[in-house]
Design a protein around this ligand. Sequence first.
Ligand SMILES: [Zn+2]
Length: 195
Amino acid sequence: MSDRLAAAATGIDALVHGVESLASLGASPLSAAYAAQAVAMVGRWLPVAHADGSDLETRSHLMLGAHLAGQALTLSGLGLVHGIGHSLTAHTGTPHGVALAAVLEEVMAFNAPFAGPAYEQAARALRLDPPAGGDWSRALIAAVREISGAIGVKNRWPTGRGAAPAAVRRRGSGRRRRHAQQSPGRHRGRGAGTP
Ligand SMILES: [Zn+2]
């Protein structure tokens, strides 16, 4: 994977962390504060940093946004984009962010009837204009599609389907063993909470 695609994939991952944290059933005012600021910063600086990776100040803004998104998801858990994305990665070896981008807008559209206030908060964090008819979810999905397209991460499958099945199987079996050793109290019922 090229450096630019790696930057795009990890950047869209950070944006998804913020959006999914806002829409998570585990969201709280504290996690939402982190997540909204993360969406604002990542949405603003990701396309800029991707276009010119030599600008360290821009990259520092993006890094802080990604860190805030991490703080948010630790509090709230994530959602179905990550749930499906992890499965895609496990079965195909596709990099995490590329797998997320592959399903992002579609899952957001699926969740929109239930995630309207969260998506409005994310859209306002991105400073989108109020949409005609008040459909903030649609406006947010369009904005995410625009960001994803600008950085070239949508529908990129650099490793090919089934490229790393043996390694994935080994990692999967190890993960199952570790989970089996954990006490039930460590499981918080947020199956898609892994970043
Ligand atoms: Zn992630």
